[in-house]
Design a protein around this ligand. Structure first.
Ligand code: B12
Length: 360
């Protein structure tokens, strides 16, 4: 097998790993629970017991794969473990974190030749966990991961079960899912689907209104639970334009930016432009986020951008637009004078992460 050592070296390395299983699984689990104290709060001592069992299992497969000299075996194990996590509603990023910990713990304990084999296999395993296009990975599997929660959530908001809806979202947050993922995969999907049901006349306006109101309640409830870091990224004003009544998307954008360390002022929507200009004057934000869903509000967005440019010139905020009105025409944001566009909250987060890496 390419890159693998001769049999005697492999047997030696595998035995060393096997010998360290207890010690390493205890150490990585202790470390993991220190990094994620919420796990112990939620599951008590079970978090430690299951954590140690899982780490032991990873080490068992790792040593077996080393001995067999087969990278494929450990890649298969990675994919299998990923599916197991997904089926339990857990994010595979925790599996990756665990394997990285195991690699580090073994590196300082093993002789060089064995440590190298561990390092190579762990990388192969992580690549397999993160690989695109296979069942149980990327967008498809993310959708799969949230499918059940999304379906139950949608049912709950359509039937007016506010508490149930908020419990579903809260449970995901407590399991370690990000605000961005919960908004994108659960709330946004449900609202899009509710839009289609309304369009097809399968639900009433009242049901749509109630479902939206519950989503806003859930967003407010999650806001209370999220830990906000120090405001280190500058300030931002988020608003919907005059004439625009959709505001849930802009609300999500505001909360996620705040959770990333932005100092956010969310103005809601249908906001008169003079009011927006005064807020910019007062707070001097680095960024202005403008939300528009309805195409008929594009002239309003264009007018606002012109007013902001005319009033603040090069000292004005960077202008980012978003919302359904921009989604079908990729270059539109530039034509109406904005600096950037993001089609959804995930894309915005990615763009901001990239630009903050570039300025570091
Ligand atoms: C709830 C709702 C309403 C509520 C809104 C209440 C509120 N408080 O927000 C009310 C009842 C007011 C409403 C009214 C109308 N609605 Co309506 N509504 C919806 C519905 C079901 C959900 C909207 C929503 O919250 N989506 C979820 C959010 C999270 O998604 P989002 O807005 O796209 O936001 C994401 C991204 O776009 C992006 N984003 C959004 N803003 C920003 C800003 C920045 C800076 C950035 C970077 C990114 C960004 O990030 C967000 C998160 O990922 C949609 C269905 C749909 N597909 O969205 C219909 C929908 C948008 N509505 C529609 C219609 C037709 C209307 C009305 C014309 C109905 C009427 N006859 O009165 C009016 C128009 C009102 C107006 N002048 O704006 C249609 C639009 C069709 C079209 N071709 O344009 C839709 C698609 C329903 C449908 N399938 O037919 N609506």
């Amino acid at each position: 097998v390419k890159g693998s050592a001769v049999l005697s070296d492999r047997v030696f390395a595998a035995e060393q790993v096997r010998r360290l299983r207890d010690e390493v699984s205890r150490e990585v689990t202790r470390e993991f629970l220190e990094r994620h104290p919420d796990w112990s709060q939620r599951y008590g001592d079970r978090a430690r017991i299951r954590g140690e069992e899982d780490a032991f299992f990873h080490l068992d497969f790792l040593s077996g794969s080393i001995e067999s000299g087969s990278d494929v075996a450990f890649a298969d194990y990675g994919r299998w473990a990923r599916r197991v996590l997904l089926a339990r509603g857990l994010d595979p990023k925790f599996l990756v974190e665990n394997l990285e910990q195991i690699q580090k713990a073994l590196e300082v304990r093993l002789p060089d030749v064995a440590a190298k084999q561990v390092d190579r296999l762990v990388r192969v395993g992580i690549e397999a966990i993160q690989e695109k296009g296979s069942p149980g990975s990327d967008e498809a599997s993310e959708t799969e991961l949230y499918a059940e929660a999304q379906a139950v959530f949608q049912q709950a908001i359509l039937q007016g079960h506010r508490r149930a809806a908020s419990n579903i979202a809260m449970e995901l947050l407590q399991k370690g899912h990000s605000l961005t993922d919960i908004y994108y995969h659960v709330l946004q999907r449900s609202l899009y689907s509710i839009g289609e049901l309304w369009e097809a006349n399968r639900i009433t306006v009242a049901e749509e209104h109630m479902a939206t109101a519950i989503c806003q309640y859930v967003i407010a409830t999650l806001y209370e639970e999220v830990e906000f870091p120090d405001k280190v990224r500058g300030s931002v004003v988020i608003t919907g334009v005059q004439g625009e009544l959709h505001q849930v998307g802009a609300n999500m954008v505001s909360d996620v930016l705040e959770s990333m360390g932005w100092d956010v002022r969310f103005l809601g929507t249908n906001m008169p432009h003079t009011g927006i200009l005064s807020v910019i004057e007062e707070h001097k934000p680095q960024m202005l986020g403008i939300s528009a869903t309805m195409l008929f509000n594009l002239p309003s967005v264009r007018a606002l951008i012109q007013d902001v440019r005319a009033r603040f010139g090069i000292n004005g905020p960077r202008i980012v637009v978003g919302g359904a009105a921009f989604r079908s025409a990729p270059g539109l944001y530039r034509e109406i004078g904005a600096d950037a566009f993001a089609s959804d909250i995930r894309e915005l987060v990615q763009q901001l992460e990239v630009s903050s890496e570039q300025t570091q």
